[in-house]
Design a protein. Structure first.
Length: 566
């Protein structure tokens, strides 16, 4: 090593460790670890790159190296290639400490093989650290099956290991207990694949693990019967549930970190014939809440919604089944109108995401904090805007209506198939029609459709029978084609990646208010809405198919109930 290179390396180590001998001088000269690292690379004749993408990595190498080793030594295997001089291993390095761990890394990759030639490629530390997290999210999936194999071999040793505590980040977990590593792997894999739910379903000979991705369940793992008690007990213990109670339903919560992300998990267990069924709902705290303009509204509906949410009183309802994205829409609305001059308070079950500057109340029936009782207290807090997680009973509905009639803007959700049905649902709950017609301003029905994967999106010419299913004519098609996904690694061969909403906005006016007062049925209200320009869920889905955002099959899957209605 040359004298210049050695002095740069000493300066870099001092800069990282904060040694006074060099750090002060370096700071004054404007040096950063990245600039020093680049100079040392040049002095040593090593390659230096500002960035490396995950697609460049060899996915077979990543699972062989523990992520804790990669992070602590700032090392990541890149690829193995056959060069004229011999078999060469390219390794990404992010600091002086990386070179001390090159030999252990080679041993981890192939302890019995002939050592390859090494080609270090130097990266900025921050870039490499982010790449390590991304690489293990994408390529660490095979670890789950390896852990499962070891767990099965050691199934008899689990009873003494259930109480071991978690490490800070599941990807950094170093527990040797296979049942703990298996549970951590199931959770971390679900987080990196952006699953919304994990289902553990016991059957006579196995426990099936399924992930809900973009609203659809997929089988991902089968756990042998002899591991059933261990894995179920592990998840119950993490959620602070009673592992001895197997006859009654239980609910709990797990808070973890996975791949550097904070994750909140709601856990529900119920007794079934072959044991206990556990469902884990994943809520990422760092998830970016989308603005209203990016969740799928047509320009016309977006303009209507922006007008409605600036009203100073009235009720705006969002309807749809569980998992239709109602909470996301309401949070986007609250973020849009949130300002220092407004007092916004919510009561939810559960509070899924924390909203800065907004008071959020968690329903707790065990201490008699229900939607109705909480809403009464909220009204004494001088609110401008109130969000009620769901109107479930007549008492809550009537308090919400009274709040709207006394100068408050109220948002809430209701479980109905379409927007006009919300009116008949409230009447069925015992609310007087004249109260509904004078307080409700609009109802927004919605569903979530899967988006066509952008990586494998392909045009095709649909047949007449396919078009007829969604009442599309050949003349409607842009350039005579629609789009679909062919399936690729990016979308797990499904052809879809991500979701967006389809919407039906039902705005009340004097004519519709009169129909409500005379207790007309939902189909009459629906026809009145369509005469006034309301686009149904099917209409909005048709628009998104023609735009190339989703497919005919996907719209029919989520809006099938409309076919018989229209």
């Amino acid at each position: 090593m040359s004298a210049d290179a050695l002095s740069i390396l000493r300066a870099l180590q001092a800069k990282r460790s904060g040694t006074e001998e060099f750090s002060g001088t370096l700071d004054k000269a404007g040096y950063t670890p990245e600039t020093l690292w680049k100079e040392w690379a040049a002095a040593q004749g090593h390659d230096y790159r500002a960035t490396v993408t995950p697609d460049e990595l060899d996915p077979t190498l990543i699972p062989r190296i523990p992520i804790s080793f990669a992070k602590s030594h700032l090392l990541l295997p890149h690829s193995i290639s056959e060069e004229p001089e011999g078999r060469t291993l390219t390794i990404l390095c992010g600091g002086p400490e990386s070179f001390l761990a090159l030999e252990p890394l080679v041993l981890l990759l192939d302890p019995a093989g002939t050592p390859p030639l090494l080609r270090p490629v130097l990266l900025p530390q921050t870039v490499l650290y982010a790449l390590i997290n991304t690489a293990y999210e994408r390529f660490g999936q095979t670890e789950t099956n390896r852990i499962l194999d070891r767990a099965e071999e050691e199934a008899d040793t689990f009873s003494d290991l259930l109480a071991i505590q978690e490490t800070v980040d599941l990807l950094d977990a170093r527990d040797d207990a296979p049942i703990i590593r298996l549970a951590n792997s199931i959770l971390s894999q679900a987080v990196r694949q952006k699953a919304s739910d994990i289902h553990l379903e016991p059957f006579e000979e196995e426990v099936k693990v399924r992930y809900r991705l973009d609203g659809v369940l997929y089988n991902v793992l089968s756990i042998p019967q002899k591991l059933k008690a261990g894995i179920i007990s592990r998840f119950k213990l993490m959620a602070n549930l009673n592992i001895a109670e197997k006859r009654l339903p239980q609910d709990g919560r797990i808070r973890i970190r996975a791949a550097g992300r904070d994750v909140d998990i709601r856990v529900s267990s119920i007794p079934v014939r072959h044991g206990e069924r556990v469902v884990l709902r994943i809520l990422e705290q760092g998830t970016l809440l989308l603005p209203l303009s990016e969740i799928g509204f047509s320009p016309e509906d977006l303009a209507q919604v922006n007008r409605l949410i600036t009203l100073t009183s009235g009720i705006i309802l969002v309807t749809g089944p569980t998992g239709a994205g109602k909470t996301t829409t309401l949070y986007a609305i609250l973020n849009t109108i949130n300002s220092p001059d407004k007092n916004i308070i919510t009561i939810e079950d559960p509070v899924e995401y924390q909203l800065r500057g907004i008071g959020q109340i968690q329903v707790n029936p065990r201490i008699s904090l229900t939607f109705a009782s909480g809403l009464r207290s909220i009204l004494r807090q001088d609110p401008d805007v109130i969000l009620i997680g769901e109107i479930r009973d007549t008492e809550t509905a009537e308090i919400a209506i009274q709040a709207s009639l006394t100068g408050h803007l109220v948002f809430s959700t209701l479980h109905t198939n379409d927007a006009p049905s919300a009116m008949t649902r409230l009447i069925d709950m015992g609310v007087e029609p004249f109260l509904i017609s004078t307080s409700v301003r609009a109802v927004l029905a919605q569903r979530l459709v899967r988006r066509i994967c952008s990586s494998c999106r392909t045009p095709y010419r649909p047949g007449p029978d396919e078009l007829a299913r969604l009442e599309i004519t050949p003349g409607d098609l842009p350039e005579g084609v629609l789009f679909r996904g062919t399936g690729c690694a990016s979308c797990l061969e499904t052809g879809y990646k991500g979701r967006q909403g389809i919407y039906e906005l039902f705005v009340l006016d004097d004519e519709i208010a009169h129909l409500i007062n005379t207790r007309e049925d939902a189909s009459t209200l629906r026809e009145a809405g369509r005469r006034k320009g309301m686009k149904t869920l099917l209409d909005d889905g048709r628009r998104k198919v023609l735009e190339g955002a989703t497919t005919i099959e996907e719209v029919l899957r989520v809006a099938q109930s409309e076919i018989s209605t229209d």
